[in-house]
Design a binder for this molecule. Structure first.
Ligand code: FMN
Length: 203
């Protein structure tokens, strides 16, 4: 069975809820799934000044932080981050920027990659954030698997690049269509990783 790591950043919980759904979808295939957050970089005063942010930090205090060994372990890496000025939040980017040792040794080559995001507004940068995350997968030598329109839920959620949700600045939690699309993305990535792993074993 495929090994999947879902690595996310979330300040106020929207992207976290999507990450849980991605994990659930991947697990449905029988895959082994690790859910990992990345380290908070904002100063404690900034987190404390926003109730949603500090509550979410407390809620996820027991979620393990991503490490390079999670990346090495996984057959597929699914990245999720809120959109910030049209690109992924710096916290996730900072983690990505620690992967040099794995990249230099080719340890990320031929893994499956996929991305998701949440943003405040409809045109606030859903695709640009997902595509920015996917740029990293090219450098790592990964195979990018987006959800496409490979399931009927995609015709409702409408984002073939990766699951995305308009949170209206974190005031609205992901709806059922978004969570179903996130589950589908997790499932599809896990299915493709299992098929690809099988091919690799027999080639
Ligand atoms: C510094 C900052 C920059 C942001 N930039 C954007 C943006 O460019 N476009 C957008 O739609 N939302 C933007 N947002 C809103 C977040 O992307 C949105 O509220 C997201 O759903 C938060 O996810 P979270 O609850 O997982 O933290 C920004 C938020 C912050 C704090």
């Amino acid at each position: 069975m495929a090994k999947i790591v879902v690595i996310y950043y979330s300040a106020t919980g929207t992207t976290y809820k999507m990450a849980l759904a991605v994990k659930e979808g991947a697990e449905k295939t029988g895959a082994e799934v690790r859910l990992r957050k990345v380290r908070e970089l904002a100063p404690d005063e900034a987190v404390a000044s926003n109730e949603g942010w500090s509550n979410h930090r407390l809620e996820t205090q027991n979620v393990l932080e991503a490490t390079l060994s999670d990346l090495e372990w996984a057959d597929a890496i699914i990245l999720g981050a809120p959109t910030r000025y049209g690109v992924p939040a710096a916290q996730l980017k900072q983690f990505i920027d620690t992967t040099g040792p794995l990249w230099a040794q080719g340890k990320l080559v031929n893994k499956i990659g996929s991305s998701f995001t949440s943003a405040a507004t409809t045109h606030g940068g859903h695709e640009s954030t997902i595509l920015a995350l996917n740029n990293t997968f090219y450098h790592w030598g990964c195979l990018i698997v987006g959800p496409g329109y490979a399931d009927p839920i995609q015709f409702q959620s409408g984002n073939p690049y990766g699951t995305s949700f308009t949170s209206q600045n974190g005031t609205v939690p992901p709806d059922e269509v978004t969570l179903s699309a996130a589950r589908f993305q997790g499932q599809r990535v896990a299915d493709v990783a299992a098929m690809f792993g099988h091919q690799k074993q027999h080639s």
